[in-house]
Design a protein around this ligand. Structure first.
Ligand code: AFD
Ligand code: MN
Ligand code: MN
Length: 427
């Protein structure tokens, strides 16, 4: 999607400074016993999927302010995802959302992705809103609805998602439901959860042998008193109940403020149930702000757990990284590119933790030195490593600066007139 000669020209303006900064950081890390080349290699291997729905402008329950030249369908979303990947070179995978991204011939979607050098990650089902012509409404729930025909319809949709997913080369189904209640007494917690589990059993049975199923918990919204999969406790219980190929997905924004998410991650790893992540950030009730924009230390601590698990050779440990954000105020391309790098930054910072030292401090109950050991890694500015990783992979040293110089949205204005139905919904 991006003119390579323009990119080379833009990179040339930064290349000398980058090399200088990279060498200086390399010398600093060498004094700490770290070979910067090893870290760079790992940074280059890092990847995080982008959500197809994130390419459109999001909204809140108050309003949606459409962006200029926003994508109107999956093909245009893929174009924008290709731009993001051209800029940062770590987002080659797209996580689609059905039925928003369904077209008559899913082979065309696969071909379009191929042409952009993109692949598909986990597919997401949608039973949190009604679709046109649908027989039964999800107003009072879907997989856990009190009415069997409604539950069956929601199960059938998830099985359709698997079929659409197969056509585009995916091998994971992520299930998030909005089911819950707004009033105390409205639903019987136990009977509702039983109905959910029975529906999920039917979906699980329909999974191809090499597929996995991810369950996403969410504390509240759209249900405000209770949700069926409210927290990681309900999530892991459901995943354990359903079977070995079912895992618990952690969406960072789906917890109460101040919850120790990194500890939840550790528990899920220990019991071999961590599916992966929907990265985003949040302050109060919103679950879709840009990754690392408010709590970069929390994100770093999560990667501390992930790298620790890798070191210990944790079993059944194959986490999928995805962004799940909604962009109301920024150009989604800029936000997704910046957020992907913010997640990569946390990973690279966590790579710098001296694990032998840390374990020693932990065993000696030396709280101060353990904390300083983490902080030393966190406080290292790894920007030159991230920029060098992009430069080496053919991306932009300065992704947002270069993207702005392209006037991408302006060039698409006639091709993509504003649409009343951008097929991304309010997520
Ligand atoms: C909603 C949910 C959840 C889910 C997303 C896509 O909060 O994060 O992953 O929709 O289905 O934002
Ligand atoms: Mn999510
Ligand atoms: Mn969410």
């Amino acid at each position: 999607m991006i003119d390579k000669s323009k990119l080379a020209e833009a990179n040339a303006a930064h290349a000398d400074n980058l090399q200088h900064d990279y060498d200086a950081l390399g010398a600093h890390l060498a004094r700490r016993g770290v070979d910067i080349a090893d870290v760079l290699e790992k940074a280059c291997e890092f990847a995080v999927a982008v959500p197809s729905w994130g390419a459109g402008t999001g909204g809140t329950r108050f309003a949606r302010f459409p962006g200029k030249s926003e994508p109107r369908n999956i093909f245009e979303k893929l174009e924008d995802c290709a731009v993001i990947n051209d800029l940062v070179c770590i987002t080659g995978e797209v996580s689609p959302h059905f039925p928003w991204d369904v077209v008559e011939d899913m082979g065309e979607v696969k071909a379009a992705a191929d042409s952009h050098g993109l692949t598909f990650g986990p597919v997401n089902s949608n039973t949190f809103q009604d679709q046109v012509g649908q027989a039964h409404s999800y107003k009072y729930g879907s997989l856990s609805h009190s009415d069997k025909s409604t539950r069956d319809q929601a199960v059938a949709h998830n099985i359709d998602c698997i079929e659409w997913g197969k056509a585009i080369g995916s091998d994971v189904l992520t299930v998030w439901v909005g089911d819950g209640s707004n009033f105390a007494g409205q639903s019987n917690f136990t009977r509702q959860f039983e109905r959910y589990l029975t529906s999920m059993e039917d979906i699980y049975k329909a999974l191809p042998g090499d597929w996995r199923m991810f369950i996403e918990h969410k504390m509240f919204e759209p249900s405000f008193y209770s949700t069926v999969i409210q927290d990681w406790g309900s999530n892991i219980l459901a995943a354990q109940h359903l079977g070995d190929r079912c895992f618990s997905l952690v969406d960072l924004g789906h917890h109460a403020p101040n919850v120790n998410i990194e500890m939840i991650v550790a528990r899920l790893i220990q019991f071999e149930k961590l599916a992966g992540f929907h990265f985003n950030d949040s302050k109060y009730g919103d679950d879709d702000l840009d990754s690392g924009s408010l709590h970069p230390f929390q994100q770093f601590l999560i990667f501390n757990e992930l790298i620790d698990a890798e070191h210990r050779g944790a079993k059944n440990f194959r986490p999928e990284y995805m962004l799940d954000q909604s962009h109301n105020m920024t150009d989604p391309i800029e936000s997704l590119a910046t957020s992907a790098v913010a997640v990569q930054r946390s990973y690279v910072q966590a790579l710098l933790i001296n694990r032998t030292e840390l374990e020693g401090y932990q065993d000696d109950n030396d709280a101060m030195m353990a904390s300083q050991c983490l902080k030393r890694a966190y406080q290292t500015d790894v920007t030159p490593i991230l920029s060098m990783a992009r430069f080496k992979a053919g991306g932009a040293i300065d992704p947002v600066g270069f993207y702005r110089s392209l006037n991408y949205r302006d060039t698409l204005e006639t091709k993509r007139p504003a649409s009343a139905n951008p097929s991304s919904g309010i997520v």
